[in-house]
Design a protein around this ligand. Structure first.
Ligand code: MN
Ligand code: MN
Length: 460
């Protein structure tokens, strides 16, 4: 019977039972690079600028206009307004044969400062925020925060702001009520216990010397002016993000996991970036996308709905074939994280089809909610192709779905890629505490996701 079971049953195994010492070292090595990237990339803009640094070091050059179709082995990139990045390595086959595209996103949930953020209450200075993406608001109180972003001045120049990253820099916090006085708050639901308008970032407490009102607000503005030369009106044309200040760390006594902010989805962004930086002569042109605005629906000029993607592909085609012709023969991995089965909350998952830590890169045939509403739903043929591709390349993978039926759901950029007539499937790293200020992944899964991304670019 055992023999028959082995022959007929699908039996996923813990990844550590499947790799040797050499591969474990390769995994550690890869994760060091990922952790350094994650530590440096706290916003979508920083994720793009850090990626450009790595790409240029690997020989990628800005895509020039009117240069004709991309040549075999040519390495190019194009920054979309500094918030999203497109990279390509020319294939042996022309763009009319289609391309292999991997699309991840580099925006993460956070607290954005409002356009008029600064105020004073009871002689304490604050920044008002409007949260970005899906957050559990109570998780964002009483943790250290940093301020990152860009201020656009009226003369067209910009000033980059980073406060809190350096050891000697001050940091910020959103305060929460002490338990002693939280009897009323504790009666509320977790959704309402901390309200959005109460997510104000404490910015200072010392008043400006002299008489009058708003002395603390003035002192805070004065410090910003000293440091960055800006005024309150300049904050109107700014994008400032309060993000968790935690360092990226190894987790567990065995150091097998990674803790850090923004792993959704910089963990997959780094995997496909690392893969394309090592790609030199692919069969079909390799394209890597680090998209913005996924967490708020992929809208906007830097989101995956933007025609900036068509424009990039049009330039790679160089007039030799149409963008649509190229799209129709292409293959896309929508590289985004998935929910890992949490043994503390097994009730939200259906165990047989849930992703598990250390079981490898997770393929999601579909995402969506309720009756798969809003899903792209990859074809059986495409899932079959990915199985073959990964098995041939020694990639450990698992099939998964985001939570049990009718528990909730989610989406990725898969829908935006599929609507362009590109065959698309979701694949990515399983995450614990997704969208929390400090997310957890397993090194093994991060590494296998990278191997999956590399295998797709290397496909013959
Ligand atoms: Mn994501
Ligand atoms: Mn997300």
């Amino acid at each position: 019977m055992d023999e028959k079971k082995n022959e007929l049953f699908y039996q996923p195994k813990n990844g550590y039972d499947l790799i040797d010492a050499k591969e474990r070292l390769a995994c550690e090595d890869y994760c060091k690079g990922y952790m350094a990237y994650l530590d440096a990339a706290r916003t979508e803009r920083e994720a793009v600028s850090e990626a450009i640094k790595l790409a240029e070091a690997a020989g990628f050059e800005p895509l020039a206009d009117g240069a004709g179709p991309i040549k075999p082995g040519q390495k190019v990139y194009c920054s979309n307004r500094g918030k999203s990045l497109l990279l390509a390595v020319g294939g042996k086959k022309p763009m009319s044969a289609g391309f292999v595209v991997e699309a991840a996103h580099v925006d993460s949930p956070r607290l954005d400062l409002k356009q008029l953020p600064l105020f004073e209450d009871t002689e304490l200075g604050y920044f008002r925020t409007h949260y970005y993406g899906g957050i559990k608001k109570y998780q964002w109180t009483a943790i250290p925060l940093e301020l990152h972003g860009t201020v656009a001045l009226k003369d067209g120049s910009t000033v980059d702001v980073v406060v809190g990253r350096d050891r000697d820099d001050p940091q910020f916090v959103v305060t929460d009520l002490l338990p002693h006085l939280a009897a009323d708050q504790m009666q509320k639901t977790m959704a309402k216990g901390v309200e959005g308008e109460k997510l104000c970032v404490l910015a200072g407490s010392v008043p400006y010397a002299g008489e009058g009102s708003d002395r603390v607000k003035l002192a805070v503005m004065s410090l910003l002016n000293d440091r960055y030369g800006i005024t309150e009106a300049d904050l109107i044309s700014a994008e400032l993000e309060a993000v968790p200040a935690f360092d990226v760390r190894e987790l567990g006594l065995d150091r097998s996991m990674i803790g850090g902010y923004g792993q959704d989805d910089r963990v997959c962004a780094y995997a496909e970036l690392a893969a394309i930086l090592e790609t030199s002569a692919p069969e079909r042109t390799a394209v890597c996308i680090l998209a913005d605005k996924e967490e708020i629906g992929s809208y906007g000029v830097t989101g995956m709905m933007s025609q900036a993607f068509e424009r990039f592909i049009e330039r790679l085609c160089g007039g030799v074939c149409s963008v649509q012709e190229s799209f129709s023969r292409s293959f896309c991995i929508s590289a985004d994280v998935t929910a890992a089965l949490d043994p503390m909350y097994p009730e939200v998952s259906e165990k047989q089809n849930a992703a598990r830590l250390n079981y490898g890169v997770g393929f999601c045939k579909y995402t969506g909610a309720r009756g798969k509403s809003g899903a792209s739903d990859a074809s059986a043929e495409l899932v079959g192709y990915l199985r073959r591709l990964c098995d041939d390349a020694g990639v450990v993978w698992q099939m998964c779905e985001l939570g049990k039926v009718d528990q909730g759901g989610g989406g990725t950029v898969a829908t935006e890629m599929a609507m362009r007539d590109i065959d698309t499937i979701d694949a990515g790293v399983p995450v614990l505490s997704m969208h929390a200020p400090f997310e957890t992944t397993a090194k093994f899964d991060c590494y296998m996701t990278y191997k999956c991304m590399k295998a797709a670019y290397d496909a013959k």
